[in-house]
Design a binder for this molecule. Structure first.
Ligand code: SF4
Length: 517
């Protein structure tokens, strides 16, 4: 597909855009072998940002030369050999740190440039890649982690996700988008893929066509978080499963050729959709695809927020999947190897990652589930987590991230575990902690969102603090949480949250959820 580089001669494009026109982000793959041979000092500073297209960021502090790597896991589905390969990369090169992200990807830390070629080889050998995991490009595709085994899905979406992912993978026609570009595809009727916060989402739909009930998708566009969050809006179209790739290419083309490239903070697809409106966007879309059918019925029920805890029946007779909590999404490489062993012994070897930073072991014989749960590792990685640690999400934070204002992951874990010691609730409360407004930890959709900030104390000391936001949900079309007045010194955060939750417990009705309160 030819580029329509309408922005090429636009003098107003920002400096990043000018750089991207000089050198495409994916070209960094050609340079990495040279840098790996010659060491970190051989990488010019101007090239650092390009590493994002290879899924690599310099972790904090950049000058130390350690990389963080994000590996795409479309739909969150990992085979046994992929899980083992990832665990061994974390063990051999990443000091054992194995993080599950809010887009079902896997993140490593502490990598050195000399190690990257071997890591690429190991990933390629098992059909994985980090290409496009960061940068202004199509990111990994979020999907239903239960695709193919889910009693709550209209049909299996795993092959569609794979097909669309493979089309965009390492595709130089789409490697220079105005900003990052996030897609989700799922037919789970409990919105397992958080459709409304993606740039483009395919969501389950049913339509009567020539007297027959046909299953397919509705299309949402223009969602996204960061400091100006938007919920995606639904276009009046019905997309048949076989049209998904064509429609995804068309929407991405519209973004590539019309997205704003002058001010970087206005470059996401959400701003174009907000300006155009859904009618104009649909017109532009059909200008590429030709006429599409109009919307059908929406079968989506309430939102499950990506949580699948417990032992649950699959749609296949006699088989179960088990949904486990991974506290704040962080595992040790040895734990991952142990999970891979268990998933092979009891299931078909697969492990699936959830956007709630948790995991699923599928395809276990019903009569084997009790025995599986006796394995020692499941004392920590449990199917029945407590109300707070079981529903706490956290971004990377200051430990590794250059943009972070505060420490998040360990803090979120500590706070949740302490709250679990003191407060018992009959409903879960979903916490999301982020270290800056970029919101990788999806603060806006949390029951209680905690956003890091710096604050000056009365005695003029600069300290870590948090803003508190309440009431986010993706139920009934979605609503972002709202900020409570003021900020809280990080040292007092646990006490403030304990008071707040005690009040919630005293005032709420039995079974009443946080977003209904
Ligand atoms: Fe870093 Fe901010 Fe993203 Fe957290 S939300 S990982 S601090 S950029």
């Amino acid at each position: 597909m030819a580029y329509v580089k309408t922005w090429e001669n636009n003098e107003k494009i920002n400096a990043t855009e000018k750089k991207k026109l000089e050198k495409d982000g994916l070209e960094i793959f050609n340079d990495i072998p040279h840098y790996a041979k010659n060491g970190f000092s051989s990488i010019p500073k101007e090239e650092w940002d390009l590493f994002k297209w290879a899924g690599l960021y310099l972790q904090r502090p950049k000058e130390a030369g350690y990389f963080m790597m994000r590996v795409n896991v479309p739909s969150g589905i990992l085979t046994n050999e992929q899980t083992v390969a990832l665990a061994n990369i974390a063990k051999d090169y990443g000091r054992g740190v194995f993080d599950i992200t809010t887009r079902q990807a896997i993140q490593f830390h502490w990598l050195e440039i000399e190690q990257i070629p071997d890591i690429f080889n190991r990933l390629e050998a098992v059909g994985l890649s980090s290409a496009g995991a960061c940068g202004d490009i199509t990111r990994t595709i979020v999907g239903n982690p239960l695709a193919g085994i889910d009693p709550d899905e209209l049909f299996d979406t795993s092959d569609i996700v794979k097909d669309v992912y493979e089309f965009f993978q390492h595709n130089e026609d789409f490697s220079n988008l105005p900003r990052k570009y996030k897609m989700s595809i799922s037919s789970n009727v409990r919105n397992a893929s958080n459709a409304e916060i993606n740039c483009i989402s395919f969501t389950p739909a049913v339509k009567e066509i020539e007297g027959e009930q046909v299953v397919g998708f509705h299309l949402k566009v223009g969602g996204g978080l960061s400091s100006k969050p938007f919920l995606a809006q639904t276009l009046d179209v019905f997309v048949k499963p076989e049209q998904v790739k064509e429609v995804a290419i068309a929407v991405t083309t519209i973004f590539r050729d019309n997205g704003y490239r002058e001010k970087r903070h206005l470059a996401r697809l959400k701003f174009l959709v907000a300006d155009w409106g859904v009618e104009k966007f649909k017109e532009k879309l059909e200008g590429i695809t030709g006429p599409l059918l109009s919307k059908g019925e929406e079968p989506t029920k309430e939102w499950n927020a990506g949580y699948f805890y417990g032992v649950q029946k699959q749609k296949q007779e006699g088989l179960s999947y088990l949904g486990f909590n991974v506290p704040v999404g962080r595992l040790d490489a040895d734990e991952v190897l142990e999970l891979a062993r268990i998933s092979k012994e009891y299931g078909n070897g697969e492990i699936r990652t959830c956007n709630s930073q948790n995991l699923i072991i599928p395809n276990v014989l019903n009569e084997k589930t009790d025995e599986l749960l006796k394995e020692k590792i499941f004392e920590r990685i449990t199917v029945r987590p407590n109300s707070f640690i079981g529903y706490s999400v956290s971004c990377t934070g200051i430990e590794y991230c250059n943009l972070a204002l505060v420490e998040t992951k360990e803090r979120m874990r500590r706070i949740a575990e302490e709250l679990d010691q003191t407060i018992t609730l009959d409903v879960p409360v979903r916490f999301h902690m982020v270290g800056c407004p970029n919101s990788c930890g999806q603060r806006q959709i949390a029951d209680i969102g905690l956003q890091g900030i710096k604050m000056r104390t009365k005695d003029k000391q600069m300290v870590e603090a948090f803003e508190i936001y309440v009431g986010g949900t993706l139920n009934a079309g979605g609503k972002f949480n709202e900020k409570l007045k003021g900020k809280v010194n990080a040292e007092q955060l646990i006490d403030v949250l304990a008071d707040f939750l005690t009040h919630f417990k005293e005032e709420k009705l039995l079974g009443e959820n946080f977003h209904e309160f």
